[in-house]
Ligand binder design. Sequence first.
Ligand SMILES: NC(=O)c1ccc[n+]([C@@H]2O[C@H](COP(=O)([O-])OP(=O)(O)OC[C@H]3O[C@@H](n4cnc5c(N)ncnc54)[C@H](O)[C@@H]3O)[C@@H](O)[C@H]2O)c1
Ligand SMILES: [Zn+2]
Length: 356
Amino acid sequence: MALKELTVRGGTNPYPVFIGPGSLEHALPEFVAARGFSSVAVITNATLAPLYGEALADRLPNGFLIVVPDGEQYKTLDTVRAIYDQLLDAGADRSTLVIGLGGGVMGDMAGFAAASFMRGIAFVQAPTSLLAMVDASIGGKVGVDLPQGKNLVGAFKDPLAVFADTATLSTLPEIELRCGLAEVVKAGLIADPPLLDHLEQHGPDPIDTIIEQAVKVKIDVVGQDRLENGVRAHLNLGHTFGHAIEHVSGYAWKHGEGVAVGMVAAARLSERLNLCETGLADMVEQALIGVNLPVRYRGLDPVALWDAMRHDKKWRGGTVTFVLLERVGQPVIVRDMVPVLQEDVIDVLAGLREEA
Ligand SMILES: NC(=O)c1ccc[n+]([C@@H]2O[C@H](COP(=O)([O-])OP(=O)(O)OC[C@H]3O[C@@H](n4cnc5c(N)ncnc54)[C@H](O)[C@@H]3O)[C@@H](O)[C@H]2O)c1
Ligand SMILES: [Zn+2]
């Protein structure tokens, strides 16, 4: 099947995003072979190495594999250090290409290694999770976590290209697929009402079309505002609430699940502040329920969630930033209303809480 090709602009050089099944077998090896790198490091994790990594490295000229443990807890400077060691052991130089193969964790970390190794070497994103295909692999943000917080160290590193091989989604755990769908619903809510209509009528099928639509939204947003001075913040819809749920639950809640409830909270807060018409929050709930995402949380204390939100990096100098909705496709950034918002936010959160 022919791959879909989209283009990301806004950085130094435009780059293509290829979407479709089989690109790890054909299109990516051809892309690499045509460019004459001295060697190619496929950086992936222990889950994906046997599934896709080993075969990919075998297909690349002077290809070799670097395997790190699977999990967000390994998205650290220690792991990046181990990657540098293996690059050097393999004789990597300034003409080596790094391919980040995996979910958002691998893309972020391999990208950061590529951005910093020998002051920066060439990089390709090969996302294998739905979240990485529609969100993390696009827009050039790479980095790692510190014990003090997520994504606190990083860089902007545009890849030469993104290869989203949708055939790899056949092995993605179902919960990860649903978490990716939360970001798809988010894309629909901020910029693509027809995408939500499609999800409602046909579900997430065909997945390649869904991915293409969501990627277009992300491309459009980062094309306008790569460095997040303005509209890129719209991508944080539901995230201020969602991060709080993730954090207060001790990460028992996954990111996409937290963002799902967070988008309901954002819609309810929008209604409460009369930014939008009544009914928007119900519509958001229906969209999420339709793809089996949660719209309520259990047990967590709304005040603890509020406190966690205040420690989120989106608070600057005591100012909270919420992405709210005037209607579907029309996000609005609300700032500087901390004393006003506290009661509203806690009430909205209390309304979404079920007893433990
Ligand atoms: N750079 C950005 O702009 C950006 C945007 C959003 C999220 N992120 C980052 O992305 C990360 C989350 O990404 P994620 O949700 O993909 O999590 P992840 O990378 O941890 O992947 C989730 C799980 O699915 C597995 N997996 C991935 N693809 C698979 C496949 N095809 N078959 C079988 N298993 C597969 C992974 O090994 C992992 O266990 C976070 O660290 C977040 O900070 C970055
Ligand atoms: Zn997200």
